[in-house]
Design a protein around this ligand. Structure first.
Ligand code: PEP
Ligand code: MN
Length: 372
């Protein structure tokens, strides 16, 4: 476990004297909610930008879709009262124009918007010539090209300060995370665009406030350039993302643990939980993949049966195992391990095909191998 000092050094290595902190509620709900949160956050002396969504992209119609332009005025009031810079999401040209008109300091482009290059380009054209900071969230899909492409559109439009935000990726089945982190993807983005700071948004990765501290810690350990964390005075009553927002007090405790003097005693346990949660997701993927592979084996059995083909096709087996072993080698896995694993998979696949009624010839003394 790195010390606080080591973490700060790692932030410095990335060209920043300390990690950028962005905090505030998921949505602006009322002037009072906004001001109360902002004043509490300003007192921590650690927050660089106060965030609040004014237009909310919701999955289903009928959910709270944000207060709209009126709340930009509340953000201006916050800025005046606390001195904090303010940030909101721009999902289209109209939002971008309104935000500029209200002197919003930073705009983030949401995960759903980033997936649409037409809209991203229009927003970039609208922001041309302004000195607003733009933070580009990763798209819902795990597509680094699309993420990098959106960032480049803003850079090409002359925006000087463009950052990336890692908020996790949509995932087709349930996991402990709302959006799976796939940490290698923001790392790949860093490799491709080394000058673009990458901020982590643990709130949207987690979907659950209990996971926010360990994800934040993980992000700092990995050398992210900052954090964006959702904070609400009464998270359980929040009109959006109620499960993932922290109270100002727990946000303060978290920043003390990460950057201050509180010793990070449960850090290691948290990290273990976080890594195990990721392993659980990968195991889920393995089971999903095997289930689908066996289903396909059943369908193939039907075709072979109809065409009077033998279940065991040595040529095909050779091709599959050669490809698997060479892929294993490329990714640093032991070829022997993959050969053994595939041998078992093929064995199972063969019995699935036999059960499906395909005519098989048992070759005595030879373990039947791959059959698909
Ligand atoms: C948000 O930050 O509140 C938000 C809607 O983010 P995302 O686009 O990551 O879902
Ligand atoms: Mn949110």
């Amino acid at each position: 476990m790195k010390t606080t000092q080591a973490r700060q050094q790692s932030a410095q290595k990335n060209g920043h004297s300390r990690p950028v902190l962005i905090a505030g509620p998921c949505s602006a709900e009322s002037p009072r909610q906004l001001m109360e949160t902002a004043k509490a956050l300003a007192l921590t002396n650690r927050v660089d930008y106060f965030r609040a969504g004014v237009w909310k992209p919701r999955t289903s119609p009928g959910s709270f879709e944000g207060v709209g332009t009126e709340a930009l005025k509340w953000l201006q009031d916050v800025k005046e009262a606390t001195g904090l810079k303010v940030a909101t999401e721009a999902g289209n040209v109209q939002h971008a124009r309104e935000a500029l008109r209200h002197n919003i300091d930073m705009l983030w482009i949401g995960a759903r918007t980033v997936s649409n290059p037409f809209v991203v380009q229009e927003i970039a054209d609208t922001l041309k010539g302004s000195d607003v900071v733009v933070m580009v969230k990763n798209p819902m899909a795990p597509d680094v090209d699309l993420w990098a492409g959106s960032i480049k559109r803003f850079q090409k439009a002359g925006i000087k300060n463009v950052c990336a935000i890692h908020r996790g990726f949509s995932y087709w089945t349930r996991s402990v995370f709302r959006n799976h982190p796939w940490w290698h993807l923001p790392m790949e983005l860093k490799k491709r665009l080394p000058d673009v700071p990458v901020i982590c948004d643990p709130s949207h990765i987690a979907g659950d406030r209990k996971l926010v501290p360990m994800l934040s810690q993980r992000a700092m350990e990995m050398g992210f350039n900052g954090l964006m964390i959702e904070v609400h005075p009464k998270p359980e009553n929040a009109l959006s993302d109620a499960n993932q927002q922290l109270t100002p007090a727990s946000f303060l405790k978290l920043t003390e643990q990460l950057f201050g003097n509180i010793r990070d005693i449960d850090g290691q346990y948290n990290m273990l939980d976080e890594l195990r949660a990721e392993v659980d997701v990968i195991d889920q993927v393995l089971i999903w993949a095997l289930t689908n592979r066996m289903k396909l084996a059943g369908e193939i059995a039907g075709i072979k049966n109809k065409n009077n083909m033998e279940t065991l096709q040595p040529q095909r087996w050779k091709q599959v195992i050669t490809t698997a072993v060479s892929r294993a080698r490329e990714s640093g896995l032991r070829p022997g391990f993959i050969e053994k694993l595939f041998d078992d998979i093929h064995h199972e696949s063969l019995s699935v095909q036999r059960n499906d009624g395909a005519e098989t010839k048992q070759i005595s003394g030879i373990r039947p191998t791959f059959a698909i």
